[in-house]
Design a protein around this ligand. Structure first.
Ligand SMILES: *Cc1c(COP(=O)(O)O)cnc(C)c1O
Length: 357
């Protein structure tokens, strides 16, 4: 069985050595030394930004929305994982979908202004597959209309854009360190901000709103544990090698699938990509299903990342987004992880070629 991804597991002895420290200290959670060490290292990776380790990437989005005091409408992308939209709805805001552009599959910045109303409070966009939104244009729009900007950077760890970590753009960026992500802590996420005051507010929000016996605000439990931090500390030094290996595998896929009628997201100038996913867009939904079925019958799992287009969710209806709906209906994420066998990649491509002639 070949899965769409395989979570990296560090040598067990390495993880155990962190566990020994946890056993000695008896300190399991609540801002323990491993959480602090991981946050400091992540901050180093992210140009000194304030990084808070959270229990997952979804609560990170919810806390970000809360911390910026967002109300009313939030302009967002229909082409993302469902958590981007549900975080908005869960915080009692209204997602307003703006269609994506055809190159990066990220929100089309040129269509944002037409969707702004007096009730718009923010833009929440996803750097989908780790490809960057048009951060510069979005920043200008936000300034012009006094909007906040949150980036769902769940796929963006390890990406640099115009010489800066992609996760340092926007008022707040969030990340997910879920087991399926490029860098993972089994479950986990992060909130990344530059503003110290905002960082303090976020810290309170993720810690029940109190410090010791002093109670300041309503809060929630968004903390993460020493066990998860330990997994992160094991995996973090390996991220660069994961990216290097994935770059070679992406090259192999592209080579094997060359001359096929497939579409891929394209890299804009100034991008140092992290190769988080390997999505292909098939010529039609019907061909996509045939490819998916042919792979499944060979014990190879793919995922429809990202389907459905989020404006089509059954519990919320949004404006029509033709580009997103079209891409979502035809896209398939192929098996992609650093130690996938090169022969398996070739085999997968053979199966695809036999279906898409
Ligand atoms: C994975 C993911 C999330 C959610 O992260 P969790 O850590 O699983 O809660 C949010 N947004 C996007 C785009 C994701 O891919």
């Amino acid at each position: 069985m070949i899965n769409v991804t395989k979570s990296y597991l560090p040598p067990l002895s390495e993880y155990v050595s962190y566990l020994e420290g946890i056993w000695e200290r008896g300190w399991l959670t609540n801002n323990g030394p491993l959480v602090q060490e991981l946050e400091a290292k992540l901050s180093d990776e992210l140009d000194g930004a304030q990084v808070q380790f959270t229990s997952n990437g979804t609560i990170a989005l919810q806390i970000a929305i809360k911390a910026l005091g967002l109300t009313g409408e939030i302009i967002t992308t229909p082409f993302s994982y469902v958590a981007t939209t549900t975080a908005i709805l869960w915080e009692n805001c209204e997602p307003v979908f703006v269609d994506i552009e055809n190159r990066t599959f990220c929100i089309d910045a040129d269509k944002i202004e037409a969707a702004i109303t007096p009730r718009t409070s923010a833009i929440l966009a996803t750097h989908v597959y780790g490809y960057p939104c048009d951060v510069h244009k979005i920043e200008q729009i936000a300034q012009r209309h006094s909007l906040k900007v949150i980036y769902d950077g769940a796929h963006a760890f390890g990406v640099n854009y115009h010489g800066k970590p992609l996760l340092t753009y926007g008022d707040i960026s969030t990340c997910s360190f879920h087991a399926t992500k490029l860098f993972h802590t089994s479950e986990g996420g992060a909130i990344i901000v530059r503003d110290k005051e905002l960082a303090d507010k976020i810290w309170l929000y993720k810690s029940f709103g109190h410090r010791g016996d002093e109670y300041f605000t309503l809060g929630v439990n968004g903390k993460n544990s020493e066990f998860h931090a330990a997994m992160g500390l094991c995996n973090l030094p390996r991220v660069a090698s994961f990216i290097a290996a994935r770059r070679e595998l992406a090259k192999l896929y592209m080579q094997e699938l060359a001359d096929m009628p497939l579409q891929y997201p394209t890299m804009p100038e100034g991008l140092e990509y992290n190769y988080a996913y390997f999505p292909i867009v098939l010529p039609s939904e019907e061909v996509m299903h045939r490819v998916k079925d042919a792979l499944v019958s060979n014990d190879i799992n793919t995922r429809r990342y990202f389907y459905p287009s989020l404006n089509k969710l059954p519990y919320h209806s949004g404006a029509i987004c033709p580009v997103s709906e079209d891409i979502a209906s035809r896209v398939l994420s192929l098996p992609f992880y650093q130690d996938i066998d090169r022969l398996d990649v070739k085999y997968i491509c053979e199966i695809i070629k036999n279906v898409v002639v």
